[in-house]
Design a binder for this molecule. Structure first.
Ligand code: ZN
Length: 293
């Protein structure tokens, strides 16, 4: 099974589970789901870096421990859902619980396929596509929409923003950075339709001259959770050959120096006249060689 396919399957396994259980409204409660399977859940301060939780097995009894060193409800609910992923996904219990204990580093930070599948299960469980889309469509695209849906799903703004980029029909880019350096960038399908994009790579600096780059250079403002907004050209961020106005919104995510940036264009990827013209040119170009044969 290809990686992309297995991750999609993991999300869909969670969504199918919710349907079977008759859970159709947000927020989904992973603690109640664990209880319904007699899985004991306990919070514990975790000192080892990057550990999000644990799944334990003793005979046929299962237990979940979630890390409390990050005092965020969204993070903790995601951690519990990640462990539920190991419990529910086919093959996981046999693979990850060989020694009776599995230590998770969830949150999309590892390349371990079992960890990634569990993360994607958690995404599908807490942010199922149908209810998520409905909630998202009640708001104009942008940071405010992401924050409103995060409030509804009780998920972190980061996890919600990634899911948002995946499901929205609007041209959106979600960029996470730490101290001015890019951690990752997700583009919605409509944004990917821009030709000749420069992908923002992990480890590269925020594009110089942008309001976000200036904002990220002031750790005090980032720590205070301040936000900035600007109107710019998409090429300032993503390069390419198409001129298009986009909104740039960024918010500081507190003491970790992280900044969440959301770029939105109502123009890119939508049918309008300039697109039609371009398509016409494309068609002419494609046919020209035949005529000259
Ligand atoms: Zn895990």
């Amino acid at each position: 099974m290809s990686r992309v396919f297995s991750l999609k399957m993991a999300r869909q396994t969670a969504e199918a589970f919710l349907k079977e259980e008759g859970i159709t409204t947000l927020p989904v409660d992973p603690f109640a789901i664990a209880e319904s399977r007699d899985i004991a859940v306990e919070g514990k301060p975790e000192t080892a870096d990057g550990v999000s939780g644990m799944l334990l097995r003793h005979g046929n009894n299962f237990g979940i421990v979630f890390a409390t060193h990050i005092p965020s409800k969204g993070f903790q609910r995601f951690s519990v859902s990640h462990e539920l992923g190991h419990y529910f996904l086919p093959g996981h219990v046999d693979q990850v619980l060989k020694n009776g204990i599995h230590v998770s580093r969830g949150g999309f930070i590892t390349a371990d396929p079992y960890e990634l599948e569990a993360d994607h299960f958690a995404t599908g469980l807490l942010m199922p596509e149908g209810p998520f889309r409905k909630a998202m469509d009640r708001h104009d695209p942008g940071l405010e929409a992401i924050e409103a849906v995060a409030d509804l799903c009780l998920t972190s703004r980061t996890a919600t923003a990634i899911r948002y980029a995946e499901l929205t029909d609007t041209a959106v880019a979600v960029i996470m950075s730490t101290g001015g350096t890019i951690d990752y960038c997700f583009l919605s399908e409509a944004m990917k339709s821009l030709p000749k994009l420069d992908w923002l790579r992990k480890g590269s600096p925020l594009p110089p001259g942008t309001a976000t780059a200036r904002f990220a250079a002031e750790p005090g403002r980032v720590r205070a959770g301040e936000r900035i907004a600007d109107a710019v050209d998409v090429r300032d961020w993503l390069g390419g050959t198409t001129r298009a106005a986009i909104s740039e919104e960024s918010v500081g995510l507190g003491s970790y120096g992280k900044v969440l940036t959301v770029l939105v264009s109502s123009q890119i990827g939508q049918d309008d006249d300039s697109d039609d013209e371009e398509r016409e040119e494309d068609v002419i170009e494609r046919w020209t060689p035949r005529f000259s044969r």
